[in-house]
Write a protein that binds this ligand. Structure first.
Ligand code: UVW
Length: 322
């Protein structure tokens, strides 16, 4: 698998030199990073946002008839029945007492639906989050895998920024970027305040549009909309102590930094270096519609990816309660 921009010899280490890192902040054995900011006070802050009893689930459907939005290079899931009524009709299965049941198996990318990335999912210079050796990824992640995030869970006050709505569009354009200034301007227009340690959800309309567009057009010259790298943006995430970034795109950021040509620099600047948890391919359209209608853009967010030993990520169906 090889994705390249047109620039010459891009270098992530050079791009991120001098930017903040949270390595060691939560001890030498930490594997959940900025999720440590979600202490009991943050959970209660989230609970205090529940005012209406409305609930939302944010996962995309595995096996949707129109397909699955996937980062280039990944393949759709394959779900197969290994036992169903057909087996009983063909006399290939029988259980005492006329009991029957259906069983199935699934083969899929762990980053194939709405998912949490393990903090060690992406790296450079042979070091993962907290300085763990990239050799620890071989044959299954023994450091900074998805398991510690799954064991911990993610709960706190969260805010949705609807960047597409703010720009008067149903969906942002291919490669359309935005930064923290845009997030703050949108928040202000929505009448909500982004507070330190808030879980941040950003809607671009991108994943929702996958189900409306022809696949050929969707993937042509692939570069999704999203956060665009800048040193100030990374500093802002650090100062705001954002624990978790959730978007309705596949990578949470535009695929290439326009100036340096480095691919997905924020994965390294935010996830590897600051320990910010990344949640991608979320479905935010219904939630955004509701927030626009009732004016409540802050809520309780709760999610726990599947507990997969050694996994580089895991599917999740996050819940929002307003
Ligand atoms: C990559 O971008 C490589 O992975 P993901 O978007 O799943 O974090």
């Amino acid at each position: 698998m090889c994705l390249k921009s047109s620039s010459i010899s891009p270098d992530i280490a050079r791009l991120l030199e001098g930017l903040p890192r949270n390595w060691g902040k939560w001890g030498p054995d930490d594997e959940v990073g900025a999720l440590n900011y979600l202490d009991p006070a943050q959970v209660l802050k989230g609970v205090a946002c529940i005012r209406q009893g409305k609930t939302f689930t944010l996962q995309t459907q595995i096996g949707h008839p129109k397909g699955e939005p996937l980062f280039p290079g990944r393949r759709p899931s394959l779900r197969v029945n290994v036992l169903d009524k057909g087996h009983y009709l063909a006399g290939k299965a029988h259980f005492d007492g006329n009991v029957e049941y259906v069983d199935d198996v699934i083969f899929m990318h762990l980053q194939g639906s709405t998912q949490y990335d393990a903090l060690g999912h992406v790296w450079y210079d042979d070091q993962l989050w907290n300085g763990y050796d990239a050799l620890s990824t071989i044959g299954g992640m023994s450091k900074a895998s998805i398991l510690p995030i799954a064991e911990r869970g993610v709960v706190g006050r969260a805010v949705l920024i609807d960047m597409a709505r703010h720009r008067g569009k149903a969906v942002l354009d291919k490669g359309e970027g935005f930064d923290h200034h845009d997030l703050l301007a949108a928040a202000s227009a929505q009448g909500v305040t982004l507070e330190p340690r808030d879980i941040l959800l950003v809607r671009t309309g991108w994943i929702g549009s996958f189900y409306e567009r022809e696949a050929e057009e969707f993937y042509r010259d692939y570069n999704e909309p999203g956060l665009a790298f800048s040193r100030e943006l990374v500093e802002w995430f650090h100062q705001m102590q954002i624990p978790n970034l959730i978007t309705d795109t596949m990578a949470n950021e535009v695929a290439f930094d326009a100036e340096s040509g480095v691919m997905i620099p924020l994965h390294n600047a935010l996830m590897r270096n600051l320990g910010v948890a990344f949640t991608e391919v979320a479905m935010l359209d219904a939630l955004a519609e509701d927030c626009a209608a009732d004016g409540q853009w802050q809520f309780l967010y709760a999610a726990a990816p599947l507990k997969i030993v050694g996994g580089s990520g895991a599917p999740v169906n996050p819940m929002v309660i307003k």
